[in-house]
Design a binder for this molecule. Structure first.
Ligand code: PLP
Length: 232
């Protein structure tokens, strides 16, 4: 892969993985922490380049853009995660085109996803998105809604419940997302007592992935730090 151009704040994949690993060991955590490369707004060529450097998991927010990119990259061994706000009219397509859905936040989407998942494929891996700062403008269910949503997903053989995702507002709580990350970990641990298959806590982005790992993230979603600013 090309070396990052100076001044863009980009980190190359190897350095990013080393920082993730450093944060994991500093936190005394034994379980692995995975990297999701967030490729929204980036061309297929940028995904191909990171794939050549060894990255497999990519995250997309916009269905049309993602499906076009997947078409251009057909044949590569890639794992696609949908991380954007999910509209009901788009949910069937997400169930057909993705390996993971990280942004499930409403119970009414559950049967739509399950019905659309192609029978020959393994279950769609699902994370429930939690609105951890109670920002009314954002997607995500409330912590109170989690048990019922989790039970609905767990009851569908075409879906596999794997954990939780959060996108804390960077400016909430004085710019320190740690309290929100810690609340997510507590929610995750309590839900995992009911659902032993849960293994994924997705939180942390370019600006705060090390803090998220310190608070228990098992998957971080990094876009701009890896690809540079999104074009356009
Ligand atoms: C865009 C996005 C990211 C990546 O954000 P960066 O700041 O570019 O690292 C992570 N998660 C979600 C849900 C996003 O929409």
């Amino acid at each position: 892969m090309s070396t990052p151009s100076p001044g863009t704040g980009r980190i190359d994949l190897e350095t990013l993985l080393a920082r993730i690993e450093g944060a994991r060991t500093a936190a005394g955590r034994t379980e692995p922490v995975r990297l999701l490369a967030v490729s929204k707004g980036q061309p297929a060529a940028a995904v191909r380049e990171l794939h050549q450097a060894g990255q497999r998991a990519f995250g997309e927010n916009y269905l049309q853009e993602a499906v076009a990119k997947q078409g251009e990259l057909a044949g590569l061994d890639l794992e696609w995660h949908f991380i954007g706000h999910l509209q009901s009219k788009k949910s069937a397509e997400v169930a057909r085109h993705f390996d993971w859905l990280q942004s499930l936040d409403r119970i009414k989407l559950v049967p739509l996803l399950a019905r659309a998942r192609p029978p020959g494929r393994e279950p769609l891996k699902v994370l429930l998105q939690v609105n951890i700062d109670a920002e009314s403008s954002k997607s995500g269910c409330t912590p109170d809604q989690l048990p019922a949503l989790a039970a609905a997903v767990a009851a569908e053989p075409a879906l596999a419940l794997r954990g939780l995702m959060a996108l804390p507002e960077p400016d909430a709580e004085g710019g320190d997302p740690r309290a929100a990350f810690a609340r997510m970990r507590a929610l995750f641990e309590s839900l995992a007592r009911e659902h032993p298959g849960l293994d994924t806590l997705s939180m942390g982005m370019s600006g705060d992935f090390e803090a998220a790992i310190a608070e228990g993230a098992t998957l971080v979603r990094v876009g701009t730090a890896l690809f540079g600013p999104r074009p356009g």
